[in-house]
Design a protein around this ligand. Structure first.
Ligand SMILES: Cc1cc2nc3c(=O)[nH]c(=O)nc-3n(C[C@H](O)[C@H](O)[C@H](O)COP(=O)(O)OP(=O)(O)OC[C@H]3O[C@@H](n4cnc5c(N)ncnc54)[C@H](O)[C@@H]3O)c2cc1C
Length: 388
């Protein structure tokens, strides 16, 4: 017998769970059902993220999304309280810093002007002043940086669990089952079929399946320009501790690093073939990260690798930004995919936006229309320069 619900969310990672929470928190009275195939979230992108939260973007839409999301992360622990239990997310407001050399300082200055238009308190930092942020930094080849003290990093797994707990408290139903396919009819989406052949009907289905989302959409003839790309993170210890806690710092090469407790973690978007692959290698650290890290911060030259992991970016191959909203060719079929490495900092705004779209038919708080699917056909792309 087919089961009936109102909204089906495929994927209970940070995006799906933020949508479930926002729908119910905003007073949606229908039933919200989340399907999640990996109960322990072993392979989801969310717990494998670096957790960087920054407003240092170069497009109006991404700046506004991050600004809204940051405001939500600041009050997250209280807002997501369940039975008096706070949702601790370890948000460290130690700042976010892009370093520049050669001509890229001019670019950072332009980005700074745009960010200021949206009240982001970012600052241009001249070369010598970088040492007040990271006293050990090797600045010889640098021109300066772009810094936002309000930004920082958090624990992605705890954010996701915070949303899940609160969404469940508000009435969301989580089914730990895999969706085999989305069901469609002449008038739009009809529901989903799970791998154990259960049928669940709904007039709203939201694809939040992260790296697995494009394959599901492809099965119903609605391909997404999104591919899975492996991204590695390595955690290491250093012999000489740094004087100050690190902001999330992005070297001009794209290698990034931050503190994780007393350890340091670092990553880099290396060139890889698309595919789902969770193997991480020490050689990635030795060959690609360490030479850059040791040059940038001399304390990193004596690094002891403690561990690492690989996770997957859902990489939008056209303009490296999220795809949000109803699919133009399928009524009731919503997309929240293609976050290309910046989904943690977008989850609160995307959850709110999709909830508003479903409840009221339009965006109320923040207009996410620039991220619509039809932008590709209309050649109205969102070209973001600050991709990490
Ligand atoms: C190494 C790394 C570093 C990152 N660093 C940052 C960062 O610093 N800042 C930032 O903002 N973002 C970062 N990101 C990106 C961020 O983690 C993602 O954009 C975000 O977690 C995406 O969340 P999601 O819910 O869409 O996907 P996921 O967390 O992958 O959740 C999707 C869920 O869908 C489930 N699912 C899939 N298919 C099905 C199905 N058929 N049926 C049922 N369930 C299904 C999966 O099991 C999964 O749990 C990073 C990502 C990686 C990999």
């Amino acid at each position: 017998m087919a089961k009936q619900t109102d909204v089906i969310i495929i994927g209970g990672g940070v995006i799906g769970s933020s949508i479930a929470y926002n729908l119910l928190n905003d007073g949606y009275t229908g039933e919200v059902t989340v399907f999640e195939k990996d109960k322990g979230y072993e392979f989801a992108s969310t717990p494998r993220s670096a957790g960087g939260i920054r407003q240092l973007f170069t497009t109006a839409i991404n700046i506004q999304i991050s600004r809204y999301s940051l405001s939500k992360y600041k009050t997250f622990e209280e807002d997501m309280k369940v039975d008096g239990d706070k949702a601790t997310i370890d948000f460290q407001d130690r700042g976010y810093l892009f370093l520049s050399k050669d001509g890229s300082f001019q670019e950072l200055k332009k980005q700074h002007l745009l960010q200021r238009q949206y009240q982001v308190p970012s600052q241009i930092v001249e070369k010598k002043n970088l040492l007040s942020i990271i006293p050990e930094l090797n600045i010889t080849d640098l021109q300066g940086g772009l810094y936002c003290a309000e930004d920082g990093y958090l624990d992605p797994y705890s954010v996701m669990q915070g949303y899940i707990r609160k969404a469940k408290q508000l009435g969301a139903r989580y089914h730990y089952k895999e969706v085999k396919t989305i069901l469609t009819g002449r008038n739009g989406v009809k529901g989903v079929q799970t791998t154990d052949n259960e049928i669940h009907h709904a007039t709203v289905v939201i694809n939040c399946a992260g790296p697995w989302g494009p394959a599901l959409s492809g099965k119903i003839g609605l391909p997404l320009p999104v591919v899975p790309l492996k991204r590695q993170i390595i955690q290491f210890d250093i012999a000489d501790p740094l004087e100050k806690d690190l902001p999330l710092t992005v070297d001009p090469t794209g290698v990034y690093f931050r503190h994780e407790g007393k350890h340091v973690l670092a990553g880099f978007s290396e060139k890889v073939e698309p595919g789902i692959n969770f193997k991480w290698k020490r050689s990635f650290f030795i060959e690609q990260l360490w030479p850059i890290l040791a040059n940038r911060v001399p304390n990193f030259s004596q690094a002891k690798v403690k561990g690492g992991w690989a996770g997957i970016y859902s990489h939008n191959t056209i303009d490296q930004n999220a795809i949000i909203g109803v699919h133009p060719d399928m009524a009731g079929y919503y997309l929240a995919n293609g976050f290309s490495g910046h989904g943690m900092q977008q989850a609160p705004a995307v959850g709110k936006g999709i909830a508003e779209l479903i409840i009221t038919g339009s965006y109320q708080t923040l207009d996410l229309t620039p991220l619509r699917f039809s932008r590709f056909k209309e050649n109205d792309l969102i070209i973001e320069e600050a991709i990490v």
